[in-house]
Write a protein that binds this ligand. Sequence first.
Ligand code: AMP
Length: 379
Amino acid sequence: MPFSSFGLSPTLLKVLAAQNYTQPYPIQKEAIPAILSQKDVLGIAQTGSGKTAGYVLPILTNLQGNTDTKNRHAKVLVLVPTRELAIQVREVFILFGSALPERIKTIAVFGGVSINPQMIGLQGVHVLVATPGRLLELVDSKAVHLSEIETLVLDEADKMLNLGFQEEMKRIFAHLPEKRQNLLFSATLSDKLSDINQIILHEPVVIKIEPDKDYIGLIDQTGYFVPLEKKGPLLRYVIKKNDMKQVLVFTSSTFQADNVADKLCKNGIDAVAIHSKKSQGARSEALREFKSGELRVLVTTDLLARGIDIEFLPHVINYELPRSPKDYIHRIGRTGRAENAGEAISFVTPEDQHHFKIIQKKMGKWVTMIDSANIDLNH
Ligand code: AMP
């Protein structure tokens, strides 16, 4: 089934071809027709499955011929849990939207940066991508109104509920018109999520894309047994030995992220840490440099484990293991995306060994282990 069979706006097909989207991904095959016909959708799919284009393409098509709006009254609202995801989703709307004959204005709003430019930017908005807290501030100050929202998207809905956005979501829902299209995407279907489904979704088309076993299979996973004090030298060894050019390193605390990045820099390996305590400007700049290949190592916490799409990222290193097996899969899912091979390396201390076994069991795959005691880390 080619993209041309859906009835998407013809100019979008040209952008799809230019972007090398040759075939729709499974989630797109099901979501695009459902959204085009104004149905509610519950999509259970991992990031990396192509769900963003799965909702952006039909939403943009539906907006053609329907762009007249009162000033500061958005027609589409996309709620996301993090600033990075907000920026990324806006980029996808702009990538496809800029090709359309009728102009569609998309803006992303999120906390941690000055509110004034966002207030000004909301003039003439059609598509609003937002994190909940900042959205409410903007609604309270009447910089934007939600009474004309025709389509609501909750992206990474499971994450939003985990992060304790429930109260804010309730307040946002109170501003929305009752009649609207609701699209809810989540990597997992939790109990909390079932509650929210029942509140907001009306006879949804349910799309469940099983995580592709081949997708994990595409990732070459290795574990290193290493004592705690040898992790720093091992990290430098692994990066240098394999001549890694673009590596995402995960730590479990902001303190450790800074620490690891500092040590790498001191040893001549270009690295920057980004996490929740860094300013939005610093985070965006580091991510931009990393995506463009200017920055060799990006060190981060689980803030970025979900949702962030870095094209063809070749290496992910778990300097510290995540607590949950699900987060492990999300972390390593930053590589091997969109059908490209990738490599994931995990450092496993004696204390971590039991936990790493649990992770592997949950994943259904055993990871090749190397004992760092057999390696001369100085070479
Ligand atoms: P997402 O799950 O929305 O973050 O998308 C994951 C990645 O897949 C992004 O880099 C998209 O540009 C890419 N992508 C999405 N749909 C397609 C497609 N049909 N063909 C090729 N690449 C795609």
